[in-house]
Design a protein around this ligand. Structure first.
Ligand code: ARG
Length: 461
């Protein structure tokens, strides 16, 4: 078939060059956006008197029939076509004849591909936000269920202070809420129309870019045509959002892997989201969590690919930019799959609150509370810290916990110790008393839950 761009060259490219040049395998998924963009373009051309209204109608009908046929599987996208833009234009001309060739007036594939990508990724943003909100809701539900469940909080993976499982889970919800904000921001910034930038310099035709942009639901029109066709910030920004989301999911996954180990035994993942071993009958493996952790690497890779792809490019369009879609689509696909699977894992997971509680009772995680007790009786914190540390050392040497350490022994360290020390180091009390704003007390967790629910509701509006 003769190339649509044959003219300056005879278009008789080598088969290997055709294959190498083709992006249809990647960009065919933008067929809806390509058709929508072309319909808006035809309407604009007619309104401006650049083509006749009956021509625009014919073009629109042809495009709609192509869209319907592709969607219904009646029209197969030719894997040998150069790209989705060429394929649709070619089909259009086959179906409606010469008038089809008028569609590509006052535009170029350079602004066309930038338009399609923005339209496509705008929808991806909405879907990612929906999935983020879904996971945040699942985590919030579990946090509510376990808002009183005491577990050791860690720093350096050493038992540090008592927290509730609810509080710990809500920390992830806060991350996801920021992710929602980030994706919304990226979405708003990308929602500016590049169409009408044409090849790079704009056009001599009396186009109405604002009309076309409005038809496509954009918030505005890019002001510089060179920027319009060169800018792929919107891909980089979304990939960066995806990388941050994956970083969050990966940290959560790592904790799920740790928590579901025999050593921790803090959670039981459901059978629906774990696998067995082909050889060891006792195994229940957290494969989904591990895969989410593993896939984080490829999304980081997508981001670095995009940044590297763009860093040395002179303005305006360069064919290198065709490579952007594979990366940003992979980042979106991966992040969506991971958000969905993580939601399933969290929603069906059970906490083993007895095991958490037991672990919380073993690591002297109430030592800060012991120091605070002495501070409450008038001792400066630095002195109280030292004495408490010595008491912990003594307990370890003599096989006590702070709860079982006798009052006479406490008294040897300071005359300030009285019977009420045992209440001060009681784990439930330690948690309840951390009622500072954002702390681990159940009422603080309830405040977080209410906040998160409000935010996720508006996010999916
Ligand atoms: N398939 C191309 C891409 O994705 C479309 C734009 C082609 N433009 C050009 N001047 N060859 O980038």
């Amino acid at each position: 078939m003769e190339k649509m761009w044959a003219g300056r060259t005879d278009g008789n490219t080598d088969k290997s060059a055709d294959e190498f040049n083709s992006s249809i395998g990647t960009d065919s998924r933008m067929y809806r956006q390509d058709v929508a963009g072309s319909i808006a373009h035809a309407a604009m051309l007619a309104k401006q008197g650049i083509i006749r209204q009956d021509e625009a109608d014919l073009i629109t009908d042809g495009l709609v029939s192509i869209l319907d046929d592709v969607a219904a599987g009646r029209l197969e996208i030719d894997p040998e076509a150069e790209d989705i833009h060429m394929f649709i234009e070619q089909k259009l001309t086959e179906r409606i004849g010469q008038v089809g060739k008028k569609l590509h007036t006052a535009r170029s594939r350079n602004d066309q591909v930038a338009l399609d990508a923005r339209l496509y990724l705008r929808d991806e943003c909405a879907e990612i936000i929906r999935l983020l909100a879904g996971l945040a809701e699942a985590l919030t539900g579990k946090a509510e269920e376990y808002k009183d469940a005491i577990m050791p909080g860690y720093t350096h993976l050493q038992r540090a202070q008592p927290v509730t499982f609810g509080h710990h889970l809500m920390s992830y919800v806060m991350m996801l809420l920021r992710d929602i904000d980030r994706v919304s921001d990226a979405s708003a910034r990308m929602n500016i129309s590049p169409i009408g930038s044409c090849a790079l310099a704009g056009t001599t035709y009396a186009t109405d870019r604002a009309f076309e942009a409005e038809k496509l639901g954009f918030d505005g029109v890019c002001l510089n045509s060179i920027d319009g066709v060169s800018d792929r910030d919107f891909c980089v920004e979304l990939a960066a959002c995806a990388a941050i989301i994956m970083m969050h999911l990966s940290r959560l996954s790592e904790e799920l892997v740790l928590w579901s180990s025999w050593e921790f035994g803090f959670v039981e993942l459901s059978d629906s989201f774990t696998t067995g071993s082909s050889i060891m009958p006792q195994k229940k493996n957290p494969d989904m969590a591990e895969l989410v952790r593993g896939k984080t690497g490829r999304v980081y890779g997508d981001l670095v690919t995009l940044l590297t792809l763009l860093k040395g490019l002179p303005l305006a369009y360069n064919k290198d930019m065709q490579e952007d879609k594979e990366s940003i689509f992979d980042a979106c696909d991966t992040v969506k799959a991971c958000l969905g699977i993580t939601r399933g894992m969290i929603g069906s997971m059970k906490a083993r609150t007895d095991r958490m509680r037991k672990a919380a009772g073993e690591g002297f995680i109430n030592a800060t509370d012991l120091a605070d007790y002495l501070v409450g009786k008038g001792m400066p914190f630095r002195d109280a810290y030292k004495i408490s540390g010595r008491i912990v050392g003594e307990c370890i040497a003599r096989g006590f916990t702070l709860e079982t350490f006798p009052l006479q022994s406490y008294a040897e360290f300071s005359p300030l110790f009285e019977q009420d020390v045992y209440e001060a180091i009681n784990l439930d009390e330690c948690v309840k008393r951390r009622a500072s704003y954002g702390g681990t007390s159940p009422e603080s967790v309830e405040r977080q839950i209410a906040f998160a629910r409000g935010r996720t509701e508006t996010a999916v509006g």
